[in-house]
Design a protein around this ligand. Structure first.
Ligand code: MG
Ligand code: MG
Ligand code: MG
Length: 306
């Protein structure tokens, strides 16, 4: 029986590429694994797959009775509904330790770096397995995406080192230019519906019994949202009701200005204000200077409030 490898719900480039790269490594080590994905491919990931001419992992959302490896998450809220009936063989991740538990010992590679693919690169090195050119290129892009071309406070020396080594293997000299090209693709938000945008990079967290959803859109210029904010807010309200959520937050991150406009719909907006020591304006918005990272600059402060 093959083992499935997959990342979190509403997969990002790290989750998709991580499934592909870890599956390749595991297969080289003699295991029988298949990369999978829990949801649709976003435009940035489509750009990466197209650039390196690689097919998307298969779409699969049920894993009861299957052996699995998880990449880029360890939170139940981001897992398949039947994860408790799957046999988790291992986790490769760079987030806070979540609430997934196992019945048997497992292989864990969890490190506080900027990207799961940085850890997977270290696994390739550890086992002395060569990385194919195309996979190296995709892993490099995943690191550039997760670290926002090294600008995110989550970026470590290990990420820049792994990225440079992968660029070399992939034969790409100007990897920062490729990263920028990727973020320009990501900034094309005008053709998408409000729901597509709010949920494009969206994660739910269970904070002491309160379901908090946090979306993020990273763009090169925030003005693209000027005419859209009211519609985004309207959809966030709907998403909050539909999911029985306590709050829905949306971070509109300007990667050039290095900061985020925070949009909030919440049962207790004062908790959000306290978390970040801010006052929301009449549109329920606030500017968060220097904030780029959901996992490092948003979630820990929300957790403290709940
Ligand atoms: Mg991710
Ligand atoms: Mg990641
Ligand atoms: Mg991200």
């Amino acid at each position: 029986m093959a083992t499935y490898i997959f990342g979190h719900t509403t997969p990002d480039s790290d989750s998709i590429v991580g499934a592909i790269s870890l599956s390749y490594l595991k297969n080289q080590l003699g295991e029988d694994t298949i990369p999978a994905r829990q949801g649709e491919i976003n435009p940035e990931t489509a750009f990466i797959l197209d650039k390196f001419d690689h097919e998307a992992p298969e779409l699969k959302t049920e894993f009861a009775g299957e052996d699995v490896y998880l990449v880029d998450f360890s939170d139940l809220a981001q897992a398949p509904k039947d994860i408790k009936e799957a046999n988790i063989l291992g986790i490769v991740d760079h987030h806070k330790l979540g609430d997934i538990t196992t019945d048997a010992p497992l292989e864990c590679w969890i490190r506080p770096v900027g990207c799961s693919n940085t850890i997977i690169k270290q696994m390739f090195d550890y086992y002395g397995i060569e990385i194919p050119k195309k996979i190296a290129g995709m892993m490099m892009c995943a690191i550039l995406s997760d670290t926002v071309i090294f600008k995110s406070p989550t970026c470590t020396k290990e990420d820049t080192k792994a990225c440079k080594e992968l660029a070399k293997i992939a034969g790409i000299e100007d990897y920062k230019a490729l990263g920028m090209e990727m973020f320009i693709v990501k900034s094309d938000v005008l053709s998408a519906t409000p729901r597509e945008l709010v949920t494009r990079d969206f994660k739910d967290f269970n904070m002491n019994g309160n379901l908090i959803g946090v979306g993020q859109l990273e763009v090169v210029d925030l003005s693209v949202f000027d005419t859209m904010k009211a519609d985004l807010m309207e959809d966030m309200k709907k998403l909050k009701e539909e999911g029985g959520r306590h709050s829905v937050l949306l971070l509109l991150t300007d990667i050039m200005k290095v900061g985020s406009q925070l949009l909030v719909v919440s049962d207790e907006p004062e908790k959000i204000e306290n978390a970040f020591n801010i006052k929301l304006d009449s549109n329920s918005e606030a500017w968060l200077e220097g904030v780029m990272s959901r996992k490092k600059q948003i979630i820990p402060f929300l957790e403290k409030q709940f």
